[in-house]
Design a protein around this ligand. Sequence first.
Ligand code: MLT
Length: 265
Amino acid sequence: MTTSVRVSVGGATLAVQVRGDGPPLLLVHGFPLDQSMWSHQLVAFSGWRRIAPDLRGAGASEAPPGEYSMARYADDLVMVLDAVGAKSAVCCGLSMGGYVLFELMRRHPERVRALILCDTKADADTPQGKQGRDELAALAEREGMAPVGERLLPKLLGRTTQARDQALVETVRAMVLRSPVTGVAGALRAMRDRPDSTALLGEIRVPTLVVGGAEDELTPPSVMQPMAQGIRGARYVEVPTAGHLCPLEQPDAVNEAVRDFLKGV
Ligand code: MLT
């Protein structure tokens, strides 16, 4: 059974799904999504306490106006772990969720027992990328989520999913469209300003699994594989016929890789 809990963090209340008992497994979603992107992982991994928050400004969490940053998201996660009584967790993050976990590693390394990095990257935005973030944030604030969704959706899912799984395309579209504009604009500016985490890779000393979709165009295997090679002892798994959202697109393959990794943690 999944329990929904509300956790007060500085200036916002977060919605957090908690399922099962055992050592904690924290699931941190990507952008512009919410914890429901982990629906398959929340029902798998019995023997683990799965904890899936909506970050501030996402899903059913509050979206306060003001500054959003990787540091703030990371500090929020610490308050979530405190609220559910978890000293540390195996931390799994997808894309922006991975950026947040890099910050968690920098600020609160003692809370990270092991890392699972899905479809993410260590480097910061290029100047052109930063400009794109500003344009997208302005578009969201001016016109709402519909045009933002039109731009992002084709990049979020792999070509195989887009051709064969219309139901999943619609599920992800709905997730994007219900994202609060304040939180989306805040997340875009937080990603724009995130630090480069490349130097951190060589300092990671916890067991690490890197998982990426073979058809991911945002963080392709040519980015994910070298990132894994930069982390001591990291395992790399490439998931066939999946794009940027491989835990939703090919849950069986992702869950098998994660289950295998968790056995050794
Ligand atoms: C995500 O899925 O979180 C985003 O693609 C991250 C990004 O835009 O850099």
